[in-house]
Design a protein around this ligand. Structure first.
Ligand code: GRF
Length: 194
């Protein structure tokens, strides 16, 4: 069985998109794969409730309970490794990971970022795209390396920036594409076609 562990910090709409695709497309039968657990660094992450309703294991590893970043990462890794995951999926997980953590999951760790990387790594991507006068924006699924928001690109989706866009309207347009490309890419990885 290929276990997928998804890490979230908030709404978890990308996580939900992956869970729904897994069910709709029969990843269990097709790939012998399942979303085994959803883990959050925040107890109030809305996505935890959705995961519980789907009968998926959930856990909280609160970063505020740990003094140093590597202590938090060690606790997070312990929670993740209970599932011996084939894939660890970052879905709106808002913590910077230590190089040791990234190395531990090398080849198994993916992220989605709401910009056309390598443009606009980091935060406030939509406002920065608007400020730069970009005509196009988008999202990137990439393998995670120790370099924040870099690493080999697995998929991208492009959307137009429209007259009158705010960061919120642009974010919503990009998010609908995230919900498409993230499950698609994970399915490709499960089928070893990345
Ligand atoms: C998404 O735009 C994701 O790319 C970014 O944070 C947002 C999380 O949304 N890293 P959600 O929690 O998946 O709804």
């Amino acid at each position: 069985m290929k276990n997928i562990v998804i890490l979230i910090s908030g709404t978890g709409s990308n996580m939900a998109a992956v869970v729904k695709s897994a069910r709709r497309e029969g990843w269990l039968e097709k790939f012998d794969a399942r979303v085994a657990a959803v883990i959050s660094n925040k107890a109030d992450a809305a996505g935890l409730r959705f995961a519980q309703e789907q009968g998926i294991d959930t856990a909280v590893v609160d970063h505020k309970a740990y003094g140093a970043r590597d202590e938090f990462d060690a606790a997070m890794a312990a929670a993740i490794d209970r599932y011996e995951p084939a894939l660890v999926v970052l879905a709106g997980f808002m913590r910077i990971l230590t190089p040791g953590f990234v190395r531990h999951y090398e080849g198994r760790l993916v992220n989605i970022h709401p910009s056309l990387l390598p443009a606009f790594a980091g935060l406030h991507t939509h406002q920065r795209a608007l400020d730069a006068g970009c005509r196009f924006a988008g999202a990137t699924v990439h393998r995670v390396t120790a370099d924040l928001d870099h690493g080999p690109i697995l998929a991208q989706a492009v959307v137009p920036v429209l007259p009158g866009d705010s960061a919120d309207t642009l974010a919503a347009r990009v998010l609908t594409q995230e919900h498409r490309i993230y499950p698609e890419t994970i399915a490709r990885l499960l089928a070893n076609r990345a």
